[in-house]
Design a protein around this ligand. Structure first.
Ligand SMILES: *Cc1c(COP(=O)(O)O)cnc(C)c1O
Length: 216
């Protein structure tokens, strides 16, 4: 099926309160333009360099989301244009994002990545580390970032019960913070293989790549 048709099918299955991030990592610009021409305006990339090249070449009404793990020394390259950074997992990284956002006269929205999977390889914070960040006094001084929610990735498994358990866990952490913080509105969870499950567990933002653009 075409990218356009894939997008249409996915969009029609999402309710209005769920935002679709089209994950275009490794895909060439003509593929992204096909999605753009079909109306898609939010794209997700996991490498700063690749995202910057695509940003330069493509229409400027696109929202670029960084969904990968971010190295501190790469923040400056995306600070002029990135609209949401999903994978923030340290105060040090937040400080750098704040610094670079300030240089660009911007406020950059961030999600804190929570570790919910059973795998060793996934990045993210546990609840205690999340609390530490949200309660730290230095956060109050960072005027050029806004923490707008949480992001998580489930274990790569066929076991639906386990995935559901992990998403539900993330949702409960999210809920415990939304009570105190009205800026907390986004819960980014769900990819091609598990987005329906994620939405069932309360996701408000899904990151879908291969079901739109084909395998990588
Ligand atoms: C690649 C990637 C996705 C999209 O994965 P698909 O299975 O292709 O939909 C979503 N989130 C993150 C963090 C990714 O790196």
């Amino acid at each position: 099926m075409s990218i356009k048709q894939n997008l249409r099918n996915i969009k029609s299955s999402l309710s209005e309160n769920v935002t679709l991030v089209a994950v275009s990592k490794t895909k060439p610009i003509p593929d992204l333009m096909e999605a753009y021409d079909a109306g898609q305006r939010i794209f997700g990339e996991n490498k700063v360099q690749e995202m910057s090249e695509k940003w330069e070449a493509m229409p400027k009404d696109i929202e670029w989301h960084m969904i990968g793990h971010v190295q501190t020394n790469k923040v400056k390259f995306m600070a002029p244009f990135v609209s949401l950074i999903h994978g923030v997992d340290s105060l040090k990284l937040l400080e750098e994002i704040n610094k670079q956002a300030k240089k660009n006269n911007r406020v950059i929205d961030c999600l804190l990545q929570i570790y919910i999977a059973e795998e060793e390889s996934k990045f993210g914070l546990d609840e205690e580390e999340l609390n530490e960040i949200l309660n730290s006094t230095s956060l109050l001084e960072m005027k050029n970032i806004r923490i707008v929610g949480l992001m998580g990735m489930a274990t790569f498994t066929e076991n639906q019960t386990q995935i559901k358990k992990e998403f539900t866990h993330l949702k409960s952490i999210f809920d415990s913070f939304t009570i105190h913080n009205s800026q907390f509105t986004i819960i980014s969870m769900g990819m091609s293989g598990d987005y329906q499950l994620a939405i069932g567990c309360g996701s408000t933002m899904v990151r879908i790549g291969s079901s739109i653009f084909g395998g990588r």
